[in-house]
Design a binder for this molecule. Structure first.
Ligand code: AP5
Length: 213
């Protein structure tokens, strides 16, 4: 099964993707993670993308679509796309890329969470710089308070785009560019609305139910 996971910043796309990878052995492609890896490795793509990520704005489509096309090149079935598409032009581009590769999207899962909860999640989020695992200062600190549970790394930092000004920008960008995708996928009969509130495991069970898997 091939799915999109989309929704506002902080809705839990990365968290739920990790659970789907672990339990359903799906492949996870996150454009945010691809950009952050390029920034960490100081590639030309990373240097171009950094300012956009830090400010919470979308990286231009001309850069993003090419990057996704490359990531999807060797793709087989059972993938999760997280963070792409993020606007209607990217959704059209995705249709073309999947067509070329004779792949098909089965479901577009939209995670719904209230704005207050999103802000609380984002402002408390911490991320492991080594493996990208996501934590929260109150709801989900690393088990021993210091080391990443997944890779043992100690560099657990706050993303620049989780600062208040960047969160505001990301919310505005989401409203203007990404929310319209709900209607786009609804018209095609692919939209699955999932309540993203409650515990990670409650949300995961709702996703399983929505996907029938
Ligand atoms: P990206 O990394 O995709 O950021 P985002 O969409 O803003 O999503 P987040 O990663 O912030 O949140 P999430 O929904 O994955 O939530 P998470 O599981 O981490 O993109 C970053 C940037 O890259 C963009 O702003 C843009 O600049 C660029 N970019 C990316 N894609 C692009 C594209 N297609 N085009 C152009 N530019 C693009 O959870 C968040 C927090 O909540 C964590 O602390 C977690 O522990 C906690 N949490 C999760 N679930 C729960 C729960 N059920 N209960 C309580 N806490 C929870």
């Amino acid at each position: 099964m091939n799915i999109l996971l989309f929704g506002p910043p902080g809705a839990g796309k990365g968290t739920q993707s990790s659970l789907l990878v672990e339990r359903k052995k799906m492949r996870h492609i996150s454009t945010g993670d691809l950009f952050r890896a390029a920034i960490k490795n100081q590639t030309p793509l990373g240097k171009e993308a950094k300012g956009y990520l830090d400010a919470g704005r979308l990286v231009p489509d001309s850069v993003t679509i090419g990057m996704v096309q490359e990531a999807l090149n060797e793709l087989r079935d059972d993938f999760i796309l997280d963070g792409f598409p993020r606007n209607l032009a990217q959704a059209d581009a995705l249709d073309m890329i999947l067509d070329e590769q004779k792949l098909k999207l089965d479901n577009a899962v939209f995670l719904e969470v209230s704005t207050d909860e999103l802000v609380e999640r984002l402002s408390g989020r911490r991320t492991c710089r080594t493996c990208g695992a996501s934590y929260h200062v109150k709801n989900k600190p690393p088990k021993d308070g210091v080391h990443c549970d997944t890779c043992g790394g100690t560099d657990i930092y706050q993303r620049a785009d989780d600062a208040p000004e960047a969160i505001r920008t990301r919310m505005q960008v989401y409203e203007a560019s990404t929310r319209p995708l709900k209607e786009y996928y609804e018209k095609r009969g692919e939209l699955r609305l999932v309540d993203g509130s409650g515990s990670e495991h409650d949300v995961y069970r709702r996703i399983e139910k929505a996907l029938g898997c």
